[in-house]
Ligand binder design. Sequence first.
Ligand code: GDP
Ligand code: MN
Length: 400
Amino acid sequence: MLKLIISPPARRTIFWYAEMKLYEFEGREIVASYGIPVPRGNVASSPEEAERIARELGVPVVLKAQVLVGGRGLAGGVKFADTPEQAKAVAAELLSKSVRGEKVDKILVVEKVCISKELYISLTVDRAARKPVYIVSEMGGVEIEDLARKHPEKIHRIYVDPMVGYTDYMARETLKVLNLPWSLLPEVAKLMSAMHRIMIDYDAELVEFNPLALTCDGRLVALDVKIIIDDNALFRHPDLQKLYGRDMTEYERRAKELGFSYVELDGDIGVICNGAGLTMATMDSILYYGGRPANFLDLGGGASSERVKEAAKLMLTHPRVKVLLVNIFGGITRCDEVAKGVVEAIKEVGISKPIVVRMLGTNEEEGRRILAEHGISAYSEMDEAVRRAVEIAKQVSSAT
Ligand code: GDP
Ligand code: MN
């Protein structure tokens, strides 16, 4: 999954980055190998296997759908079973459905832990502060984004000097924030230093335990583990490299196959540009005028009409794209090739979505002529084209 980081005050695109999520069962294996307590358990791919694991572990057990989306609990992806037979039935049910649109083909079966309190702890990177930061809260179990919105005062941050790393005062501070007894200090210290080592060793952007359970008998157990790896560092981790791409959307995968730089976002304006600089400027401009990009696709330099056609087809078939904005600065990229590609895409997919084109430069006149033949007028000012696309997106969304 790729994300766009938008700084709220200026609403400007700073940069985009890619991340690679690990499944819970993969994350907890890493965590356990660093000595952090996790519930005993195993992964099942069939109801029979789930039954056998439940029998071996002893009941009650928790059955957890292994998907990369969060909030499985609320979406019915985390279930309990009191007997091995029940575990089999629950596993059959989980394996037959999707959780938040993601198909379930593995289930983690773990011992049910008696919880006295659900806590939250994570280690992530604060990009603005240019430091790792532990995020700690007494209110675990809920999505941290929700907590940040509703109870920002319940979230405590402990910044880490990158030159120094974890030090023990951080554990003491965490203990206080979490209202834990002093007897747990060695546990908390071990946990937090292990989290830091995992971040460094795996180039993780996030190591999160939500919840970190305080058990009824007073121990700390990482009940749910989420690890996200920075995919720019994958060249250092050949074993993780082969996992890359499995959490891509269908469109990200298709674009990657076609060799385009493509980023999936959550708005409704599809964007095709040539060159990273122009693409980022276009993103900035859309946000500036109050629009929201659905994605962006960078054609690179010198795209043929065939490539433009493939790019435009991808955009026109994308369910979230309400309007397509094509912003081309013709240099080695020829405007007539772009125009031809756009027109051919419309013919092939037979879907009519509003298209706004801005083109300037090499073979601009010919490009305009081709588009005009098909009822598309092209702007030469980027500002005007962007404003028009934002306006159309607003009209379309208010009409539906
Ligand atoms: P998520 O919803 O995807 O974050 O899945 P979690 O693994 O965090 O589980 C969701 C919730 O299920 C937790 O917040 C707990 O309330 C509950 N839960 C999960 N495992 C156990 C367990 O072993 N014992 C108990 N009592 N509750 C659990
Ligand atoms: Mn969780």
